[in-house]
Every structure is written in structure tokens, then in C-alpha cells.
Design a protein around this ligand. Structure first.
Ligand code: GLN
Length: 493
């Protein structure tokens, strides 16, 4: 095990409870680390020390009053996609440059109620469309393991901040992989819950039937603690699920003996790099030594996940992004002839290239004459993909495989080749299409410019509502390995 000290949410919770450190001291400590490291990373797009300290003082007051919970006073970074009073919500876009929401998103409300203290807002791909953070209007984020590599996306700012040790935890959202893929590229842990568990209210919509918020942190245990705070029914989100609250930490110490791990043969095909294959196979061997059994399963339609996703997600995005018209929110073109010209110029100037590409694709696949051929067909494929998972889960409890086909690549390497970037989402998108929970945990290092190489993520997919079991299996793995404890060079201590 690594002998470096690392601040996990759990450890900070213990230090806060013992009175060894106050929420204000912790916040100041992290803000200083952010000041030092953020210029090189560009992980945070907004900092507001006064606002952070208001929250930290409130957390200390709660503790003094004997009303602290396990997360009271723990600092967190929020993805710039969540509406939050006191902060801007720019969603990586010029369109929302001046937008500040007058209310808190459901996830933010719950984070506040748990006493989490906002350190700042993290950079992201514009409207969460992307896999590298290169589509952000606020500049690219650098991977802390190798500054000229991408951090992944769209929650790249959140992943880079946690990996660099300038935030112990962060929120993210995942429509086709945006929590899991940046977690993999940056060597951290992140979970996308079952669709409907975390409120989408006040989370700026990309593709509503796929979007789901969740936590990103160093460990599965931290993610379980954070999911306890984030999850819950919300009447303001029509797809929120009304279920009894559960404790996601309850299976952390469950032994792995008897756990049946399904390994989809389709996830080990062409396109997967050798370093990722070796690390995932070694992780599977570790699970076997911990008492789990592995069985081959098949997801025969998983090869259609990327094409189906890149029809459905843009279709929903083209509808969701209608509201950015220069009238109701954010940016408006400074000069225009009439109303239609104002709409056209506002959208031409306010949206970046990738967002425009998706709006065009979405409008096309929804248009009369193409709807049946593309959109309807993609929805049918979506159902078949969900059926494949249902069949596979008859033979196993969890499905394990790679999160991404390769480690992080260089900034600019795929910027001009959207198709090859989309193909990198091959293992993650099917999970969103099926609405299942998925997570990524560090499981090794591969190629890269550093002696240690760049991080590799292991993906764990569970059946609906099986987050506790997934987190438990991940926790057991993390007790037996130290990949999640490795820190990038230059991490502030
Ligand atoms: N990379 C995928 C996309 O660009 C996933 C993004 C996401 O999950 N928000 O659509």
C-alpha cells in the first residue's frame, strides 16, 4: 500500500467529528490548494471564497449545536451543470456566461442539507457533450497525471480536481459515461446511479432520459457516503423514483464469497488496448482471490450502443436546447435585424461547434421522413440492449469490464475527429440506455508519458437499485489494492 496520506471524505468526516479541524479551516486549506494548482489544471471555473466560508461557518455552527451529520463540513466541488444559488451555472457554454440560477438543484439542496461545503464550480464540456473537456467555452482541463493529456469528459473538471487533491469529492453527471469515463482517465472512483435515484431537477438537461447525477471521489466508501446524501425522491422531477431511503454503505463490508461476476465477451474485442485488457484481467483475478467467481456472459447487441446513443442523445438535446433563444436565459447577440435574426445570431454565437453538431443531428433524426429510420430504430435498439442486460443478470450479480478502451489521450488528438471520440464511449453508453447503475474504479496504469503511465478504470455494472452491492464489491477490491491511493506528481499535500 502507498504510504502517502490521502484525504478521503471518510477521513475528513472523522477529523471534523473529533474537533481536530473545523469546516472553516478545511475550506481555507482546500481553497489555498486550489489557488496553487488550478492555474495549471483549469478544473475550477468559478471560485467564491466568501460564499464557501458562509457555508463552512454554517457547518461549524451546526456541529456546535450538536446537529452535525457524517458529511457536515466536508468540502465538495460541484459540476457547473447544477443550478445553485450564490453561484453561476454556465454549463461550459458561452450561452450561459451570465446566468446565475435563483434556486438550488435537487442534488445541491441535498448536498446542502447534508452540510457539504461548496469549494467551487468545476469545468465541463459544453452542455455535457464531449469526452475530453475540449468543448468547454472556458478552456480545456488538464489531466493531473500528465498535463498534456485530456481528463475525460464531460465531468473532467470534477475528476481532475479530485485526482489532483484540490477537492476531496465532487458531483458529476453521466448521460453516456461522463462520471465513469473521466473517473477512469483521472484514476478516481465515480458512480452513476440507477436512472431516477438522484433528482434531475435543476440539473441543466442534455438528454433527459439518460442524464443522471452522482458522486466522484477517491474511494467507493466515499461514494457510498455521498450517494446517501444525493439520492432521494423529488416531486419536481417527473422521472424521480419514489422509494424508501436506503443506506448505500450497508454492504461495504460484505464478503465477496459467492459473488458471481459476469464478464461480457463483447467488451474484450477489437479497439481495446493491451494495457487496459491486462489491467482489467488482473482485477478480475483479484476478485477471484477475494472469493468471487467469474462467468462469461454475452451482451450481443452492445455493439449498437454507440450508434443508438448518438441518435437518442442528440435528439433529446435538440429539444432541450431549444430554450436557449436569447430571450429567457443568458447570452443574446448584440446586433440583429428582427426577432428571427436575433434567435439565429444568438444561437450561432452562443453555442460551440460540438453543440451545434448535436442539435443538427438531433433535428435531422427527429424530422419527418427520418424519424422512423433513425429515432424509432434507435429506441428499439435501446430496448434490446436493456433486454441483453436483463438476460445476463440471470447468470451473475455484477458485470465487470473496462470503462474505456484506452487510457487518456493527448489534448487535441481527437478534437477534429468526433466519430473516433464517440467510439471511446463504447463500454459506457449501453449502461445509460438500459438505465442501470455503473461505476468506475481505478485498477492499474497503462501507457503514457509518465514512468507510472496513465490510470485505467474498471467498470462495475449492477442490476437496477443494486448500488450497495456494487459499492461493497468496489470497497473490498480497494481494501486489497492501492490503485485508488496513488497520487499524481505534484499533488499538493
Ligand atoms: N461522451 C458522451 C457524449 O458526448 C457522454 C457525455 C455525458 O455523459 N454527458 O455524449
Amino acid at each position: 500500500m502507498s504510504d502517502r496520506t490521502m484525504d478521503t471524505v471518510k477521513q475528513l468526516s472523522v477529523r471534523l467529528a473529533s474537533g481536530e479541524v473545523s469546516a472553516v479551516e478545511l475550506a481555507q486549506d482546500y481553497l489555498a490548494k486550489i489557488q496553487a494548482a488550478n492555474p495549471a489544471l483549469n478544473a475550477f471555473v468559478e471560485l467564491n471564497e466568501a460564499q464557501t466560508l458562509i457555508e463552512a461557518r454554517a457547518a461549524d455552527a451546526l456541529r456546535a449545536a450538536g446537529q452535525a451529520g457524517p458529511l457536515t463540513g466536508v468540502p465538495i466541488a460541484h459540476k457547473d451543470i447544477f443550478c445553485q444559488t450564490g453561484w453561476h451555472a454556465r454549463c461550459g457554454s458561452k450561452m450561459l456566461e451570465n446566468f446565475a440560477a435563483p434556486y438550488d438543484a435537487g442534488l445541491i439542496e441535498r448536498a446542502r442539507a447534508a452540510g457539504l461545503v461548496t469549494l467551487g464550480r468545476t469545468n465541463m464540456d459544453e452542455f455535457a457533450m464531449g469526452s475530453t473537456n475540449e468543448s468547454s467555452h472556458y478552456g480545456v482541463v488538464h489531466n493531473p497525471w500528465q498535463l498534456d493529456a485530456v481528463p475525460g469528459g464531460s465531468s473532467g473538471g470534477s475528476a481532475a480536481a479530485v485526482a489532483a487533491g484540490i477537492a476531496p469529492a465532487a458531483s458529476g453527471t453521466d448521460t453516456g459515461g461522463s462520471i465513469r469515463q473521466p473517473a477512469a482517465f483521472c484514476g478516481i472512483t465515480g458512480i452513476k446511479p440507477t436512472y431516477g435515484i438522484v433528482s434531475r431537477w435543476g440539473m441543466i438537461a442534455y438528454a433527459s432520459s439518460l442524464d443522471q447525477g452522482g458522486p466522484m471521489a477517491h474511494t467507493a466508501e466515499d461514494c457510498a457516503l455521498l450517494l446517501n446524501a444525493f439520492a432521494g425522491f423529488d416531486t419536481r422531477d417527473a422521472t424521480s423514483l419514489e422509494r424508501a431511503p436506503e443506506d448505500y454503505t450497508r454492504a461495504l463490508d460484505a464478503p465477496l464469497a459467492g459473488l458471481r461476476i459476469g464478464v461480457p465477451k463483447e467488451f474484450f474485442g477489437e479497439g481495446m488496448s493491451d494495457d487496459v485488457r491486462a489491467a482489467v484481467e488482473a482485477a478480475l483475478a483479484t476478485f477471484r482471490t477475494l472469493g468471487a467467481t467469474t462467468v462469461e456472459v454475452s451482451l450481443p447487441r452492445s455493439g449498437y450502443a454507440v450508434p443508438a446513443y448518438y441518435v437518442i442523445a442528440p435528439a433529446e438535446a435538440s429539444s432541450n436546447l431549444n430554450r436557449f433563444d436569447g430571450v429567457r436565459y443568458g447570452y443574446r447577440a448584440p446586433e440583429y435585424r428582427d426577432l428571427n435574426d436575433m434567435y439565429a445570431k444568438t444561437r450561432a454565437q452562443g453555442f460551440g461547434e460540438e453543440v451545434k453538431r448535436r442539435i443538427l443531428i438531433g433535428t435531422y433524426v427527429l424530422s419527418h421522413g427520418y424519424y422512423d429510420a433513425y429515432y424509432l430504430q434507435a429506441q428499439r435498439v435501446r430496448r434490446l440492449i436493456a433486454d441483453d442486460y436483463r438476460a445476463a443478470f440471470r447468470d451473475c450479480d455484477l458485470i465487470l469490464g473496462p470503462t474505456t478502451p484506452t487510457v487518456a489521450y493527448g489534448i487535441g488528438d481527437k478534437a477534429d475527429d468526433p466519430l473516433s471520440m464517440y467510439l471511446g464511449d463504447i463500454y459506457t453508453t449501453s449502461v445509460n440506455l438500459a438505465g442501470l447503475p455503473g461505476m468506475s474504479i481505478p485498477c492499474g496504469f497503462g501507457a503514457g508519458g509518465l514512468p507510472a503511465g496513465l490510470p485505467i478504470g474498471l467498470q462495475i455494472v449492477g442490476n437496477y437499485f443494486d448500488e450497495a452491492r456494487m459499492l461493497g464489491a468496489a470497497h473490498r477490491f480497494q481494501q486489497a489494492t492501492d490503485w485508488h491511493l496513488r497520487t499524481p506528481p505534484g499533488k499538493p499535500t
